[in-house]
Design a protein around this ligand. Structure first.
Ligand code: TYM
Length: 398
């Protein structure tokens, strides 16, 4: 596609989005997201059953988030499997930008997938902690506001169970000296008009945020192999840009494994957002408080018990069922039974919520214990583990 047509398409999709009432950018997700349209607009591909089968040939099983279609789209996942089969290998990259609130359970999703792929393929994983991004995007008022959450987020990520010798976690303000040279090379290839069309930058955007995409691209250059990035689809614009730039630097275009968004507690058209605590279960939350939030959540139930018994519930629009399917019921058969019992009116919302509240409490308690244990390992992931140690000597070479 030539540049002019590309810009026209980007502009047009922005206009259509605002008319249709949803917006997906790396810094803002609003409204009811139409994933089918997003696939077309972003130019990504849906994950086909054949591709899933091919993945399964390597992994022996499929993660439930893949089986259930929550990771639903990709770029070049087939190429990753080909690279792996033919001995070139690949590496993983993902990230979390600390904010002025803790991570929520939705934020775990890309890390769970990254960890699963690391385990199945025994590959390196790089985890960026851009401690400046939310500040530059004006989501927080000062860099200092973010500080307490940097270490908390790192601990939450370590608690997921990454390999301490194959994982490097780094925060931008500390690791920048190693990344700056590569960032400059990347930035030189990105015109403002392209960045503006992709990200919607405008006159009030800080120039820091305009440069930032170059930095988020840098870890895709850490190894001379294909990177695979598990994340939600909001991060795709960065990597669409990477795929333009990488060949100019003689590097691999990145592959992506893209998920939908975890719904908030207020309903199917709401995204879980840590800055709106009433929509989210936070990872450091008191388990009893989280259980109460579940008991007060929106459901796909009917107005009265009698109606529910007669008509059945609507699990398709129910955040409670959604959460069972994402994090709290790994067994497909049991999930299907829950779906059927809801649909038939046999299972009422109170009972269903109570069970989820119990599971969320257990999950949070266990996770918080793992966070405590992660404190002993933090140095490994940041500095002393095999990969971390290597990366403190890394510099970009053409
Ligand atoms: P951040 O901190 O906004 O989000 C971290 C990761 O969580 C995903 N995510 C969600 N996934 C499911 N449901 C939700 N409701 C939800 N909200 C957020 C995001 O897609 C992301 O994968 N710029 C990034 C930080 C970053 C990064 C990266 C992310 C730096 N390098 C490489 C992915 C890959 C950010 O602000 O993420």
């Amino acid at each position: 596609m030539n540049n002019y047509v590309f810009l026209l398409v980007c502009f047009w999709s922005k206009v259509v989005d605002s008319v249709e009432g949803y917006e997906v950018t790396p810094w803002e997700v609003r409204g009811k997201v139409d994933y089918d349209r997003l696939v077309v607009e972003f130019g990504v591909e849906k994950i086909s059953p054949e591709l899933l089968e091919e993945l399964k040939r390597h992994t022996g099983e499929l993660h439930w988030l893949l089986r259930r279609g929550f990771f639903f789209a990709h770029r070049d996942l087939g190429q990753v499997l080909k690279d792996y089969s033919e001995g070139r290998g690949f590496f993983l990259y993902t990230g979390r930008a600390p904010s002025k609130s803790p991570m929520h359970i939705g934020h775990m999703i890309p890390f769970l997938m990254t960890r699963w792929i690391q385990e199945k393929f025994n590959v390196n994983a790089y985890i960026m902690i851009p401690d400046e991004e939310k500040f530059l995007a004006k989501k927080v008022n000062s860099l200092e506001d973010v500080e307490p959450y940097v270490i908390q987020d790192i601990l939450n990520i370590i608690a997921i169970g990454f390999d301490e010798d194959k994982t490097f976690i780094f925060r931008d303000t500390e690791y920048i000296g190693h990344m700056y040279r590569a960032a400059v090379k990347v930035a030189r290839h990105i015109n403002f008009s392209t960045a503006k069309a992709i990200f919607g930058f405008h006159g009030e955007t800080s120039i820091g945020l305009i440069f930032y995409p170059a930095l988020q691209i840098v870890p895709t250059l850490f190894e001379k192999r294909r990177p695979l990035i598990p994340c939600a689809i909001d991060q795709d614009p960065y990597f669409r840009l990477q795929r333009d730039v990488a060949p100019k630097l003689g590097r691999y275009k990145t592959a992506e494994l893209l998920s939908k968004f975890v719904w908030g507690l207020l309903g199917p058209d709401t995204k879980m957002s840590a800055s709106e605590p009433e929509t989210a279960i936070l990872l450091n939350e008191d388990p009893d408080k989280a259980a109460k939030k579940i008991m007060n959540a929106f459901t796909g139930g009917r107005a009265t018990k009698e109606e529910q018994r007669k008509l059945g519930g609507i699990p398709e629009i129910c955040p409670i069922f959604h959460w069972y399917s994402l994090l709290f019921e790994e067994d497909d058969k049991k999930l299907q039974e829950r779906y059927n019992a809801c649909k038939s009116g046999e299972l009422l919302c109170g009972e269903c919520k109570k069970e989820l509240a119990k599971r969320v409490k257990i999950f949070l308690k266990k996770h918080q214990e793992k966070v405590e244990r992660a404190k002993e390992k933090v140095e490994k992931f940041l500095y002393d583990g095999k990969l971390a140690n290597q990366m403190w000597n890394w510099e970009y070479r053409d």
